[in-house]
Design a protein around this ligand. Structure first.
Ligand code: ING
Length: 307
């Protein structure tokens, strides 16, 4: 068995005025607690370094760019990498990425996977950008990811990385990606055994407020289904609590390849939950009920890709 201990490090609210240094200090506390519980990896939320700034409309590009990281690690995030290397623990981190590509500036909602030596082994840029592009003042708060980020251009990747004494195949996604079955299947087709998915999910969903009370149900529904239907462990990590007057869903969790919830946060603050995850248990699904080679019929699924 290839057992690795994994931590979901949920973050409570991050105030607009809170500095990256202050947030990194909170993350280092969680990282140290994860190490003390024997974790090989610890996972942080989507956009974990700042408040969820897409809740506000602005046309001031300098104000928007101030929420982005121009380098990773940068001066304020280097302490996190150094602590990880000192402790010998890997981590998943979501952040807003300002990237220069062919002399053009790009804005992405990004996550990275860092192995226990402090080396960035993988990068993902969010594909499914929810919300809207223009100011919609009828909403109690905005959700301007389509305005502030470009769609990710790296696809859904899979990376072999150190996992305890062995190696595992890890994948990443971000928030709204978890609601789309295609996300899990593209990861599953690459043999992913554990996927990290950070999220910032407002309880109130302005277009359909009658679904507000279902946010927790939908959050777990999609990740438990994705885990089971692809035989993979899933670690869902929230930025939670009342952040700048907007209630964000918590219930960060670790889900087994069977779809079972094996750990869940019970607060909406900084909270670590951990679980010993046997990556070999993925075979119980991948070799049987979801043996893609034996049972999957891609010729019949053309509509999914062609339309
Ligand atoms: N947030 C939300 C999410 O997909 C949302 C947006 C909330 C969509 C509730 C639908 C319902 O979890 C991000 N950041 O994608």
């Amino acid at each position: 068995s290839r057992k690795i201990t994994v931590g979901a490090a949920q973050l409570g609210p991050i105030a607009r005025t809170e500095s990256r240094r202050q947030v990194v200090a909170r993350m280092i506390d969680l990282m140290r607690e994860a190490k003390s519980r024997g974790c090989h990896y610890v996972a942080f939320p989507e956009l974990a370094l700042t408040t969820f700034f897409p809740r506000w409309y602005t046309e001031n590009q300098a104000e928007i760019d101030a929420w982005f990281e121009t380098e990773m690690p940068g001066p304020e995030t280097l302490p996190l990498f150094e602590e990880a290397r000192k402790l010998g623990i890997g981590f998943y981190l979501g952040y807003a990425e300002l990237a220069q590509e062919d002399g053009v500036t790009h804005h992405y909602n990004t996550s990275i996977l860092v192995d226990p030596t402090g080396t960035i082994v993988g990068k993902y840029r969010k594909v499914h950008l929810p919300g809207h592009r223009e100011h919609e003042p009828w909403r109690a708060f905005q959700h301007l990811e389509k305005r502030y980020f470009e769609r990710g251009n790296l696809g859904f990747g899979a990376w072999r990385a150190q996992a305890a004494a062995e190696k595992g195949i890890f994948g990443m996604a971000l928030c709204n990606d978890r609601r789309w079955p295609e996300t899990y299947r593209v990861l599953g087709l690459q043999g992913v055994e554990m996927a990290f998915i950070g999220y910032n999910t407002p309880i109130h969903y302005p277009p359909v407020p009658e679904h507000d009370h279902l946010q927790g149900f939908h959050n777990h529904l999609v990740m438990q289904a994705g885990a089971y239907q692809n035989g993979m462990w899933i670690v869902g990590i929230a930025k939670a609590g009342k952040e700048e007057d907007c209630d964000l869903l918590g219930q960060s969790c670790i889900i087994a390849p069977t779809g079972e919830m094996v750990a869940m946060c019970s607060t909406v603050e900084d909270e670590l939950v951990t679980s010993v995850c046997d990556l070999d248990r993925c075979r119980e699904l991948k070799d049987n009920v979801f043996n893609f080679g034996l049972h999957r019929e891609p010729e019949t699924y053309r509509l999914i890709v062609d339309t």
